[in-house]
Design a protein around this ligand. Structure first.
Ligand code: BTN
Length: 262
């Protein structure tokens, strides 16, 4: 997203908190870092940082998030939420759901959500979410909530991504107005976030978009061990109930896993 698209989005913004302020950078290491630095010096909830390029974009589990210039939407939001420690996963869910709904509004496409929070089209990843919390002891100080959405990326020169990733361009979506999309994403995320701050769970709406449910999935934990089983459903905190081949049930939480396939 370039600066003129961002200025257009600013004029269209109909949010109360998210995007006030809305900052643009042509190149950063990671928007997560820019927001975190400002959060530590007291920046307000609602700060949104958007970059045209990231030189060290971060994915989940220490992975890289490829962020070429004008390739996609790279944004991070500062949240100072009022959520119970057991419901922190609801914040990630807010972003997944808000982004999916906004893409549906603007692009007339219905992205699937692959547990825990990847947005997919035709089985390939379109967007990812990374929420990083900062704690003072056990108290949550703030959360930096990041969204990376592939818009114009072309994966022919990135064969390692071509098999698993897609973009709106690769899906041949007619030219998307990125300003409309950004304004809609912030509006939809804010609606979800307001509910969560009021103790209303986003899990039922999110679960209705999860393609993972009912499928046989392979899950690799960060320690390396592999679990295969059928995804039975989700718990109120978003954890996945997996029925293992042995018949036993196992609860999988999102923090440290990769869903290999489904
Ligand atoms: C994932 O691995 O699925 C999460 C990807 C999150 C990428 C976004 S892009 C904007 C923000 N800044 C980062 O460095 N990462 C997040």
């Amino acid at each position: 997203m370039n600066q003129s698209q961002l200025e257009k989005a600013r004029k269209q913004l109909r949010t109360e908190r998210l995007g006030w302020p809305l900052q643009f950078f042509s190149s950063v290491t990671s928007t997560q870092e820019i927001v975190r630095e400002q959060a530590l010096t007291g920046a307000p909830e609602g700060l949104v940082v958007v970059a045209n390029q990231q030189t060290a974009g971060k994915g989940r589990a220490g992975r890289e998030w490829w962020s070429p210039p004008s390739g996609g939407l790279y944004l991070s939001i500062l949240l100072r939420p009022n959520v119970a420690p057991g419901h922190l996963s609801w914040l990630t869910i807010c972003l997944a759901l808000g982004a999916a709904e906004a893409i549906e509004d603007i692009c007339q496409l219905r992205p699937d959500i692959k547990w825990p929070n990847d947005l997919e089209l035709h089985g390939k990843k379109l967007a990812g979410i990374l929420c990083e919390g900062a704690f003072q002891g056990t108290d949550l100080e703030f959360v930096v909530a990041g969204l990376g959405l592939n818009i114009n990326q072309e994966f022919s020169n990135r064969p390692e991504l071509a098999a698993t990733a897609t973009s709106l361009l690769a899906e041949r979506v007619a030219k998307v107005d990125e300003a409309d999309l950004l304004a809609a994403i912030l509006k939809r995320i804010e609606a979800q976030y307001t509910d969560v701050n009021n103790g209303i769970s986003p899990v039922p709406r999110w679960a209705s978009r999860l393609i993972t449910l009912g499928q046989v999935v392979e899950i690799r934990r960060s320690g390396g061990d592999l679990r295969t089983g059928r995804a039975l459903g989700v718990l109120p905190d978003g954890a996945l109930r997996l029925q293992l081949d042995s018949g036993e049930e196992e609860i999988i939480r999102a923090e440290d896993v990769t869903v290999l396939n489904s």
